[in-house]
Design a protein around this ligand. Structure first.
Ligand code: SD4
Length: 318
């Protein structure tokens, strides 16, 4: 059995590419890297890699992470600027004995020395998003941070190896140097090939309060199906945050176990995700939390066409 699961519709082309590797009995590390790179390289996906949304200083600072579920190797970069594929740098770091997580200039120095491709990741389109948001924040009652989608994936190959990975520009308009859950092991991602893996998207500050990806893997280790583990982790954290702090941010998670069974949960309207498996074509689903149970529905072609149309529509400066 092999398979991949990923947050958001934008991951579907990536997991399709990854599935070609898995089909040919390739490696879960190679499949997940190629899949995340596809999302990073597509400029119309505005919260990952090239075209990512800038911070409050109009700089694109990126976070990414990679984990190998066989060896438990971890690599991550945070607040890195001007490199095309943060995921590849994170994967490369996972092979080091120490210094596996590097931030900002330290990460950039390493990437430069290792010969990774430099690229100005700030696109004209992202600049328009930035200027429009600056205006909107002044004129309306809009949260500066809303609008962000991290790609997070879990992968199982036909040899039983599992990997997890994330890549993001983080929260739109974040403070310079801010990092979210995505490069933090246990929060944005976790995987153990003997159990399964999970990855998260949403408000990093809140996802981290529950170490949510680790929690899901822990629940799966206790014998829970990935769907039950995801629902329990999201619902309990959502309730706890509301009880203790009066509110909970966006929390969405995907998970797959070592048998290729998967699960998804969210506390928001309109969370989408993509799955591919040995006997299942790449499919985008939409999910809804109905009183604690998450119900998944295959996205219609019309919905998918509209998604792409809105992503690629010309952007006007307001
Ligand atoms: C972060 N969790 O930086 C990321 C953002 C995200 O959907 O996932 N948005 O907090």
């Amino acid at each position: 059995m092999w398979g991949m699961i990923a947050t958001w519709t934008m991951a579907v082309e990536g997991i399709t590419e990854g599935s070609h590797i898995l089909k040919n009995h390739g490696d879960a590390g190679d499949a997940i890297e190629i899949a995340i790179k596809a999302v990073e390289d597509f400029e119309y996906y505005k919260s990952v890699g090239y075209g990512g949304l800038p911070n409050e200083d109009m700089e694109v600072e990126l976070d990414a992470a990679y984990m190998d579920g066989d060896t438990l190797d971890i690599g991550a970069v945070a607040a890195i600027k001007d490199f095309a594929n943060p995921i590849s740098i994170a994967r490369r770091l996972s092979k080091e004995k120490v210094n596996n997580v590097l931030v900002a200039q330290g990460a950039e120095k390493f990437a430069h020395q290792e010969g990774f491709e430099r690229k100005n990741m700030l696109t004209d389109r992202a600049k328009i998003h930035y200027r429009n948001r600056v205006k909107a924040v002044k004129e309306q009652d809009i949260k500066p941070y809303s609008g962000h989608d991290t790609v997070g994936m879990v992968c199982l190959d036909s040899h039983g190896k599992m990997t997890a990975a994330t890549s993001t520009s983080g929260l739109f308009m974040k403070r310079k140097g801010r990092i979210g859950d995505s490069p933090i092991v246990g929060s944005g991602f976790y995987v153990d090939s003997q159990v399964g893996g999970a990855s998260a998207t949403g408000l990093g500050e809140d996802l981290m309060k529950g170490c949510i990806s680790y929690e899901i893997v822990r629940l799966m280790k206790e014998g829970m199906h990935p769907q039950d583990a995801c629902e329990k982790a999201v619902n309990e954290l959502d309730i706890k945050l509301k009880e203790r702090r009066g509110q909970a941010g966006d929390l969405s998670v995907v998970a797959m176990n070592y048998q290729g069974e998967w699960g998804v949960a969210t506390n928001i309207e309109g969370f989408s995700f993509a799955v591919v498996k040995e006997n299942e074509e790449p499919t985008v689903y939409l999910t809804k939390n109905m009183n604690g149970k998450c119900v998944h529905e295959v996205a219609s072609q019309e919905w998918l066409d509209n998604y792409m149309k809105t992503r690629m529509a010309p952007l006007v400066e307001k």
